[in-house]
Design a protein around this ligand. Structure first.
Ligand code: SF4
Ligand code: SF4
Length: 223
């Protein structure tokens, strides 16, 4: 009988010892994150930075893309789709073009006054294709790209990130270095979605090739 009672005591005691951590955690605040409904935790700055050169989400600075299709050809899983149209013989969209990439990730497209490619860390004045003159301070500029005459329209430039295996080959062959992989926390690693089609990134901007009409230029001048 004594042995029987001792077994019951030991059974209850060891169960309680085992549950000690569970009881302790019952009183602690919740640490579970309802990801991806709640993304704020992932975006906090207290996570370790990812290293430079990390192969994150792909991005194409489409203003600099010349539609050469080298990235499409080298992709081992065929997740890049490009459709271009060649302009009629002798026709070109513009003789040359500069793209000033600003640090706030916007860009100004047009022709820089003076040198075609200004020296690094200098302010520039750019004549946009809709005839505005914009002065940009050197500290606002991330980089300046010079483009040769455009002979292709880019009708489609899609990357299916759900197929991508992050080999980075496409970025290495890109002659204008416009195709990049983000290596920062906010853009590079966190892009989950509920719908798989949202992972097909469409970069083509047909509006980039539209010549401004007289009416739109006048309307802008009036503003
Ligand atoms: S990084 Fe992705 S898109 Fe680029 S070549 Fe590799 S698999 Fe293709
Ligand atoms: S390799 Fe670069 S320039 Fe050529 S199509 Fe691809 S992104 Fe555009």
């Amino acid at each position: 009988m004594r042995h029987y009672l001792s077994n019951i005591y030991l059974g209850v005691y060891t169960a309680l010892v085992g549950m000690r951590i569970t009881f302790k955690q019952l009183l602690q605040p919740s640490v579970t994150h309802q990801y991806p409904y709640d993304r704020s935790f992932e975006q906090k700055k207290n996570i370790r930075e990812i290293p430079k050169g990390y192969r994150g989400k792909l991005h194409n600075r489409i203003e600099d893309c010349i539609g050469c299709k080298k990235c499409e050809m080298i992709c081992p899983v065929d997740c890049i789709t490009i459709a271009t149209q060649k302009l009629p013989k002798g026709e070109r969209l513009w003789d040359s073009m500069n793209v000033v990439h600003l640090k706030d990730r916007t860009e100004i497209v047009g022709n820089i006054e003076g040198a075609e490619k200004p020296a690094p860390n200098t302010a520039v004045t750019i004549q946009t294709r809709d005839n505005r003159t914009v002065a940009v301070a050197s500290e606002e500029i991330a980089n300046v790209v010079e483009r040769k005459p455009v002979i292709f329209y880019l009708d489609q430039f899609d990357i299916d990130m759900s197929l991508c295996m992050y080999c980075g080959l496409c970025t290495e062959v890109c002659p204008t270095e416009c195709l990049i992989m983000f290596d920062n926390l906010s853009d590079g690693i966190e892009y989950s979605t509920f719908d798989r089609t949202d992972l097909i990134y469409e970069f083509a901007k047909p509006e980039m090739y539209e010549q401004p009409t007289d009416e739109s230029t006048e309307a802008e001048a009036a503003d």
